[in-house]
Design a protein around this ligand. Structure first.
Ligand SMILES: *Cc1c(COP(=O)(O)O)cnc(C)c1O
Length: 363
């Protein structure tokens, strides 16, 4: 009998390639780097946080956030049995990958897309295969299915490109894959389409959402998924109990029960400002990609240096380097781009000037 060579370190071998997630998060007067809600949060959530009773913190929260599930079910028009919650949608995504993939199986994801997914795959012993988007940033559905995935991750609309994926494409992938399709709809509120209807027709589609973006509650860490009861139950097993804290649940429930007014108003503002930002950027000679989210993707050479220059002028945006060069614009920029979150117009006006100044200084 042969035995494996003794391992030197204490960590899992597959973890040696993992590092802590470390985006540049230094303070900035105007922070347009993380796509959170720059207008704030629903007033009902603020009131709930102020008024939370002491006993709700000295006791454990609900096991599987039953009240939150009820409120979310009402918001998305489903039943509580079709909802699973988590500590941010990151937790839901991680739990779903663990629930549906055996170690060694493949998670297919688009490239470029949300950088947490390959990490979650590795953390759970799965392999991730990044499949380049088409030249117009459309999902390369056939190429994704060709890698024989157990899980297909689709970010719709996609972070960082801001582009949408047609529902017919998602449905086609779901019907053909031997496994589960995870549709990450972190930005669904800013888009004109979502895949909720698919979750009722197909037992293998899980739509993952968050209260971190349109609802402005990123610091509370509340995410959820919608899917067939059998599907969400598997995620719930993998997630475990007590994942949503009592304060987070109370504020989230208050925000959801308050109705859609605050969210709808600020989503409409974000969309109007997004379109105006794209027009301004194009007028100044940049190449913004039309967006269905609350951010704008701008392929541009030297994004790192430009973002550093903008930060010196008090504005934080996300610089991305080494992006797979799927489009003409990304080839022209050598795989470099800025991702600029949309906020109140006065902030965007300052950001535009900081961008121009920083680009001049870099030229
Ligand atoms: C912001 C974002 C999330 C949200 O993560 P939370 O853990 O819910 O804060 C999920 N997916 C994508 C693509 C995102 O951009």
């Amino acid at each position: 009998m042969t035995t494996a060579a003794p391992r030197s370190g204490l960590s899992r071998l597959s973890y040696e390639t993992l590092d802590l997630y470390a985006p540049d998060r230094g303070p900035a007067a105007i922070d347009l780097s993380d796509n959170t809600n720059r207008w704030g949060m629903p007033p009902a959530a603020e009131r709930a946080l102020r008024d939370v009773p002491v006993e709700s913190v000295t006791r454990y929260p609900e096991l599987y956030a039953e009240s939150l599930k009820q409120a979310l079910a009402h918001y998305v028009g489903s039943s509580a049995g079709e909802i699973v919650t988590g500590c941010g949608s990151d937790d839901v995504l991680d739990s779903a990958i663990r629930a549906f993939g055996e170690p060694g199986e493949i998670v297919a994801l688009p490239d470029p897309s949300f950088p947490m997914i390959p990490r979650f795959a590795t953390m759970n012993g799965l392999r991730s295969v990044a499949v380049p988007l088409a030249a117009d940033y459309a999902l390369a559905a056939d190429a994704m299915l060709a890698v024989d995935p157990r899980i297909v991750y689709i970010c719709a609309p996609n972070n960082p490109t801001g582009t949408a994926t047609a529902l017919s494409v998602i449905e086609d992938v779901a019907r053909r894959v031997n496994g589960v399709v995870i549709v990450d709809e972190a930005y669904a509120e800013f888009s004109d389409a979502n895949a909720l209807a698919l979750t009722r027709r197909l037992e293998n589609v899980l739509v993952v959402r968050t209260l971190s973006k349109a609802f402005g509650l990123a610091g509370l860490r509340v995410g959820y998924a919608v899917g067939a009861p059998r599907l969400v139950r598997e995620v719930e097993k993998s997630r475990g109990p007590y994942k949503v804290g009592a304060l987070a649940a109370a504020a989230a429930v208050a925000a959801l029960r308050a109705g859609r007014d605050w969210v709808d108003t600020h989503v409409a503002l974000a969309i109007a400002n997004r379109e105006r930002l794209c027009v301004e950027l194009a007028g100044r000679g940049y190449g913004p990609v039309p967006s269905r989210t609350n951010f704008v993707f701008v392929p541009i050479a030297g994004a790192d240096a430009i973002a550093t220059g903008m930060r010196e002028r008090g504005v934080a945006v996300r610089a991305l380097a080494g992006i797979t060069q799927v489009s003409d614009a990304l080839r022209a920029s050598a795989g470099s781009a800025l991702r600029i979150s949309v906020g109140p117009w006065p902030q965007l006006a300052i950001a535009l000037d900081a961008l121009d100044d920083a680009r001049r200084a870099c030229a």
